[in-house]
Design a protein around this ligand. Sequence first.
Ligand SMILES: NC(=O)C1=CN([C@@H]2O[C@H](COP(=O)(O)OP(=O)(O)OC[C@H]3O[C@@H](n4cnc5c(N)ncnc54)[C@H](O)[C@@H]3O)[C@@H](O)[C@H]2O)C=CC1
Ligand SMILES: O=C(O)C(=O)COP(=O)(O)O
Length: 526
Amino acid sequence: MKVLVLDGVAEEGLVPFREEPGLEIDIKKKLTEDELVEIIPQYHAMIVRSATKVTPRVLDHANNMIVVGRAGVGVDNIDLAAATNKGVLVVNAPDGNTIAAAELTMAMILGLSRSVPQANATLRSGKWDKKAFMGVELRGRTLGVLGMGRIGSNVAKRALAMEMNIVAYDPYINEEAAAKMGVKVLPLEDVLKQADFLTIHMPKTKESYHLINEKTIAVMKDGVRIINCARGGIIDEEALYNAIKSGKVAGAALDVFEKEPNTESPLYEFNNVIMTPHLGASTEEAQLNVAVDVAKEIVAALKGEVVKNTVNIPSLDAKTMAAVKPYLDLAGRLGNFHAQMITGRVNKIELIYSGELSALEVTPITTAFLKGMLDPILQENVNFVNASVIAKNRGIEVIQTTAEMAKDYNNLMTAKVYCESGERVLAATLLQGNVAHLVNIDGYRVDVVPSGHMLVVPHYDRPKIIGKVGTLIGEHDINIAAMQVGRKEIGGKAVMVLTIDDVVPDDTLRAIAQVDGILDVKFVSL
Ligand SMILES: NC(=O)C1=CN([C@@H]2O[C@H](COP(=O)(O)OP(=O)(O)OC[C@H]3O[C@@H](n4cnc5c(N)ncnc54)[C@H](O)[C@@H]3O)[C@@H](O)[C@H]2O)C=CC1
Ligand SMILES: O=C(O)C(=O)COP(=O)(O)O
């Protein structure tokens, strides 16, 4: 397998790749979209930082791509929807550069409060100008933190050590944990009103795009200083320009810009604006950390193992994964079994998780079912990343419910599939040793290990029928390994499931279907 490494990812961190026999690494610096499109089909994985744009067009050509790794946090340069549709996993390395970004933010806050870069530049130009650089102290001033995640909370921790008051806005955090740290979580407007320094640490999303704009700046204190080491685009740069020009904003420190690289901007006009070229993660430690972390994740993804930091599918912790894993296999088999039993368009899938299963995180199990069912039916590559999206795009309604009790079983997964030809129901359980057992077909009780070749034959419960089916199969020298009959009442309808050692030819299937009393024949191979 081949991995493409771009954007100057730290080579010394790629050790996990070098330890994998058979993995080829290509390290390239800067590629245009056209160049990327041309070479991308040969790669199974790629690593980027923030420079390369992984566009829908690039992904469209990435026919062998399994995983895209981001050596860092922000994935706004990767088209996640296109990756998901293509079945490409996206992983990031969110922990390795937290301290680097938090420390740059502190450097920006201190740089702004004492005009360090400007004073340095003036002195170098031959001027000893003490008067021009009267600073302000941080002690006792209020720092507003927008986004109290990894970086925001590390900035808060450091600013507390400098005796600042901290107020924060983050609608998705635990206020108690923040309060314990000494941070007051407030509505956005209050944070904007109270902050002497305002620092941004949220991702760029539809919600946060241009969050700092003419209106929100108007709410802020006169003389506020604004720091952005998160993402360009969260600040409307034109509004910031106007606010600095008018004196409303006393200074700004920007590491990120709406358009990068950014070497020309009206903001260069102001001496009270400090700008750095997206250096937040640029420390030796951070670059080593993120390269190692993302390389490990990519190796795991290529080997089909559990990946922690997935961005486009929910990631599961090791404990949850261990509990869910046996059911992923069961669900995949059940989905695949269904795919071979149904005819016509699928409209709705209802999955009922009962007994012990109801206490688990069942969404990945649903995904495993969808993958198992859709993969054999569709031309496109269906995997854990795109299975739910594909189902949705095809208008298949997926309902997942749980029930605490599973009659007669410890755990039971029931899958009802509604399609043009009607409704089919399969139910399966995990018995000792995590072996999957199919225990119900369309309301008939059976006990079949869903594996290998099987024949499912609904029929009338009458003498001679089973014998005739056995004879027809025997005539083709196919051995029957196991046989099960499920019936509700004597003489009514029943279902026969034969586990056989070989593929049954189509003409034999037709001959079986013609036996008087046989209602249908399905050959299922897992
Ligand atoms: N300048 C640089 O080189 C670097 C920039 N970053 C950027 O810094 C930002 C923060 O990174 P982390 O702290 O690691 O991420 P994180 O995911 O740990 O924290 C982000 C926080 O923002 C909050 N949030 C999300 N949407 C919000 C909204 N609309 N309003 C308020 N809060 C919101 C989330 O609840 C979360 O607590 C990201 O944009 C990341 O890309 C990260 C590393 C280096
Ligand atoms: O991790 C992040 O989100 C960053 O912004 C770091 O970007 P970089 O890897 O230095 O291009």
